[in-house]
Ligand binder design. Structure first.
Ligand SMILES: C[S@@+](CC[C@H](N)C(=O)[O-])C[C@H]1O[C@@H](n2cnc3c(N)ncnc32)[C@H](O)[C@@H]1O
Length: 537
């Protein structure tokens, strides 16, 4: 234990980090270093040597994700372990596979322009995945052309036999003829006449050049427009957020208050990784560091964890919101896997509050238990407790019981696309029709569970207005015992000094804040529970 640094008294941990997101893991540009320490020989003799394990690992991940239903972040560690790929090779494999997954639409558009007399869809799926990996080495990783082409041809031979090697070689050589900037101009196309680009044209163009499904480009545009952006500002920010989604973030750590001091965690990470950690830009408990967080003793003990700064600051904003009366019973209604619950639980322990962390999925409530392990099962009251159950029922079961409630609602996750390379291709607009009613019911239940005068934070890791402000406005319309309070004020009190964050809703953005695109609304109960039920009826 260190001295008690509370979210409500903590100081910001240093100046703005600034700069754009870094390349993941600092992978080498000229091709991976071989596990035996030898340097790759580029093109010479590559036709007859086995593909290197890093590229094989990247290919296997592509296949598992594109042909199956694997999640890249879960499958990759297993693949790297099985293929004994580690260190710089693992970083190379990660950057290669994640980049090819994220930028699939961009690369497919380029590859199809380089395929003469054939349709991309007519290629074997394995061959197409090999080509995507080749394209990313050439255009996204600056691997020298001879190495990228010959290694990719070797990979094609290893996975599909000699048949496709000719076409892979020809297509990649054509890809290599232009740098990325020129390809992007080609994809953007020549527009004739002086007519300004229409919104639909802009969305179609960006969907290809920035590799996102059109419905997501449209949703992000709407989210930015909801903040009052128009014209060139809107276009510039839309392009910036899409680009930010394509840049892998470095993992951010949280030093859970009262369990480890952020400066001690910084010293630990510096020792472990050999690189200087960078203090958080917003959260006083955040730092960004190189190396593998899982190797840190503080992470293994649960005193620290990996947590995006956006997630940290929305939880801190709930605790900063002004409250009259008691402030000792907190609820996290949708707690799995437990990142925000762990921050709330550590603070609860410091401040003598209790926390009920609720999660509907049993396997995810086990994850919550794991995240909360340093603060669970402490003798005496108040306590940090994990419950498995449907959050929609909690408002009726425990009406008016809590002073502060977090609803971190299940959502499309469109705010975290940069860390989930396949998510943009898996999510569908139809997901909103199941999530919308659930989000409304969970928020309603949270408002029933909070006492009059208490505060509810409605949070999503999505900037899609259908799951952010429209949900809140709908619920507000149906109840007379709830008022919206300015989340920007609470966020400022908690940590975030950014004049661009204007209430009452708060929307963080990866291109502005370097965080996931977290949404936060704060609502206060104003009447007795009975009145709320009547109003809901
Ligand atoms: C966005 S995640 C929460 C993330 C979490 N707060 C954290 O910081 O780690 C939403 C969670 O809500 C859970 N969930 C979905 N439906 C629920 C329900 N009816 N009641 C409670 N939890 C639910 C999901 O299983 C998921 O774990």
């Amino acid at each position: 234990m260190t001295d008690r640094q509370s979210p409500r008294s903590g100081q910001r941990g240093g100046g703005p980090r600034g700069g754009s997101p870094q390349r993941e893991g600092g992978a080498p540009r000229g091709g991976a270093q071989r596990r035996d320490g030898g340097q790759r020989r580029g093109g010479q003799g590559a036709q007859h040597k086995r593909p290197d394990p890093a590229r094989m690992a990247a290919f296997e991940l592509q296949r598992r994700v594109n042909a199956g239903d694997a999640y890249a972040n879960l499958a990759l560690p297993e693949i790297l372990r099985d293929r004994r790929v580690s260190g710089r090779d693992a970083a190379f494999a990660t950057e290669l596979a994640y980049g090819a997954l994220r930028l699939r639409a961009r690369y497919d558009a380029i590859l199809s322009r380089c395929l003469t007399g054939r349709e991309l869809g007519g290629l074997d799926a394995e061959v197409l995945d090999v080509m995507r990996l080749g394209a990313h080495q050439l255009l996204g990783m600056r691997v020298p052309v001879h190495a990228a082409v010959s290694e990719t041809v070797g990979l094609a031979r290893a996975v599909s036999g000699p048949g496709p090697t000719g076409i892979v070689n020809a297509v990649l050589r054509a890809v290599a003829e232009k740098p990325l900037e020129e390809w992007l101009e080609v994809l953007a196309g020549e527009r004739s006449g002086d007519e300004p680009e229409s919104t639909d044209e802009q969305i179609t163009r960006l969907a290809v050049t920035e590799s996102h499904p059109e419905w997501i480009v449209r949703a992000l545009r709407q989210g930015l427009a909801a903040e009052g952006l128009t014209g060139e500002d809107l276009s510039a920010e839309l392009a910036a957020v899409l680009a930010a989604n394509n840049a892998p973030p470095r993992p951010t750590l949280v030093a859970r208050p009262g369990l480890v001091h952020v400066e001690d965690l910084a010293a630990e990470t510096a020792k472990e990784s050999g690189t200087a950690p960078v203090p958080g830009r917003w959260s006083p408990f955040a730092l960004t560091a190189g190396g593998d967080p899982a190797r840190l003793a503080s992470v293994r003990s649960g005193a620290a964890g990996v947590q995006d700064e956006g997630s940290q600051v929305v939880a801190l904003a709930l605790l900063s919101a002004e409250l009259d009366g008691p402030d000792s019973r907190w609820l996290d209604l949708c707690a799995g896997p437990g990142g925000k619950a762990a921050l709330l639980g550590a603070t609860a322990l410091q401040e003598g509050a209790s926390l009920l962390a609720n999660e509907v999925a049993p396997h995810r409530s086990e994850l919550v238990r794991g995240a909360l392990r340093p603060v669970l099962d402490r003798p005496g009251e108040p306590a940090v407790v994990v419950r498995t159950g449907d959050g929609r029922e909690l408002g009726e079961e425990l009406p008016g019981e809590f002073d502060r409630v977090l609803v971190d609602a299940p959502c499309t996750g469109l705010g975290a696309l940069r860390r989930r390379p396949e998510a943009r291709w898996r999510r569908q607009p139809s997901d909103l029709s199941t999530l919308g009613p659930l989000q409304r019911e969970l928020l309603t239940s949270a408002l029933d569970a909070v006492r009059p005068g208490g505060v509810v934070a409605y949070v999503t890791c999505s900037p899609h207005i259908a799951e952010t402000r429209l949900v809140v406005e709908d619920v507000l319309r149906r109840r007379e015992d709830v008022e919206l309070i300015d989340a920007a004020v609470a966020l400022r009190d908690a940590a975030v000094e950014d004049p661009r964050v204007v209430g009452p809703y708060v929307q963080l953005w990866p291109h502005r804040h370097g965080t996931d695109a977290m949404f936060l609304a704060l609502l206060r109960r104003t009447e007795e529970p009975a009145a709320s039920s009547a109003a809901r009826g």
